[in-house]
Design a protein around this ligand. Structure first.
Ligand code: AMP
Length: 396
């Protein structure tokens, strides 16, 4: 893998595609800096070599024009503290100001460019836009794993302008190495824990995992589609009616492949989707008519955590309930604690990005699991066996 270790960056201007798409509060303070921290070793190596750094990223989903709340200028003070030097900022990612600031950038200096997605051309993968960006640096580094599944101008198209000078950053390399470890070198027993809102988002991964895992735990909103498929009454719980047959066939496939499929037997049900709702413990297959399951119940917690405790490899993607509300966080927290404990006992644990990463961060366990991925969709697609455009562009 062609990582930045292949080059001494002294005297080079490195254009680094990072994923600084971090959550900001209403005062524009960063509330979770995992993705920025992930890119720090790459930036530091290049500066230490004696190179200059031009950072390019997107933030949020602007509608195709400049929007104050999605400006990357909100990250300048934070980055300056982290990198211990002033950060220059260009309020347009292409154009005269960016060109002149990039041109005058000296070794050891850092320039951050404004949000790439203020141009529609970014997501369209526009060649001319990619070429303009490419003109700003001598070397292209991709360290944006969270966006590697997108064939955008800055993540994929741009690489063709650096045929001999394109590299993976350390975050990208680390993400790929850890995903690979799970896919091809998992020690047994291997347990996958799947949760979150929808089965439909994760079908392909679940099917792929059935060939690899010993145990498949399914919790969260998606478990009710399985309960209904088995003839259960699920009240107003989340369900994907068009996926009932699929759920049945996944249950059959798991049995055929000798995979132990562990579904919740009970739930915390609520009379409303609210932190203050009335709650009860209910068997999963006989939920009261107008109530909904918003977390796994105590028996499910026990069954899930027992399996996790005996695992040597753990992949976790998706929360066990609506963990954002305190009333429904217990199941997700108990699973997180069990993963932490198994990790302490020698298991390798990989936490998929997105909401499972948010949950692990919420409970303060970031340093107690083996690896927290910065990619939600990107990790899922990589594990499904798809070639990520951001990875392909560097490998080609
Ligand atoms: P996903 O993006 O598919 O991983 O889904 C994550 C979201 O699923 C989180 O915001 C959770 O609040 C939500 N979720 C988890 N369990 C449930 C449930 N039982 N009912 C409704 N939403 C849920």
């Amino acid at each position: 893998m062609k990582t930045i270790d292949f080059l001494n960056f002294s005297g080079k201007k490195a254009l680094i595609r990072v994923d600084f798409n971090v959550p900001l509060d209403d005062k524009y303070s960063i509330t979770d800096d995992n993705r920025i921290q992930g890119a720090m070793p790459t930036i530091e190596k290049i500066l230490k070599d004696g190179g200059a750094v031009i950072l390019i990223s997107h933030l949020g989903r602007p509608k195709g024009g400049s929007e104050e709340k999605f400006s990357l200028k909100h990250l300048v003070d934070y980055l300056s503290l982290q990198l211990n030097r002033p950060i220059q900022f260009a309020d347009d990612c292409i154009g005269k100001d960016a060109i002149s600031k990039a041109k005058n950038l000296k070794n050891g200096e850092v320039l951050l460019l404004e949000n790439l997605r203020f141009y529609k051309e970014e997501e369209k993968g526009d060649q001319a836009f990619a070429e303009k960006l490419a003109g700003l640096g001598d070397v292209y580094v991709n360290d944006a794993f969270g966006t590697a599944h997108r064939a955008h101008a800055s993540t994929s198209v741009i690489a063709q302008f650096f045929p001999e000078a394109k590299y993976f950053g350390y975050l990208m390399a680390g993400e790929l190495k850890n995903a690979e470890k799970i896919l091809n070198h998992a020690q047994k027993p291997f347990t996958a824990i799947m949760g979150g809102a929808k089965v439909s988002d994760k079908i392909e991964l679940i099917e792929k995992l059935l060939n690899k895992v010993d145990n498949l735990i399914i919790g969260g909103g998606m478990a009710y589609t399985f309960a209904k498929a088995q003839g259960g009454k699920i009240g107003k719980s989340l369900v994907e009616e068009d996926k009932l047959d699929l759920a049945k066939s996944l249950i059959e496939k798991a049995a055929k492949k000798n995979v132990k499929l562990i579904l919740p037997v009970d739930s915390i049900i609520a009379d409303a989707f609210s932190n203050d709702a009335k709650t009860e413990v209910s068997p999963n297959k006989s939920i009261k008519d107008s109530w909904m399951g918003l977390d796994i119940g105590p028996e499910s917690i026990k069954a899930f955590t027992d399996v996790i405790a005996d695992s040597k490899t753990i992949l976790w993607n998706g929360p066990m309930g609506v963990f954002e509300m305190e009333t429904f966080e217990k199941g997700t927290k108990a699973v997180a604690e069990a993963v932490v404990k198994a990790t302490k006992n020698g298991a390798f644990s990989l936490i998929g990005g997105g909401d499972s990463a948010a949950a692990v961060a919420k409970f303060g366990f970031n340093d107690d699991v083996s690896y927290v991925s910065t990619g939600g969709g990107a990790l899922l697609e990589y594990m499904e066996g798809k070639e990520l455009p951001g990875v392909k562009a560097i490998n080609d």
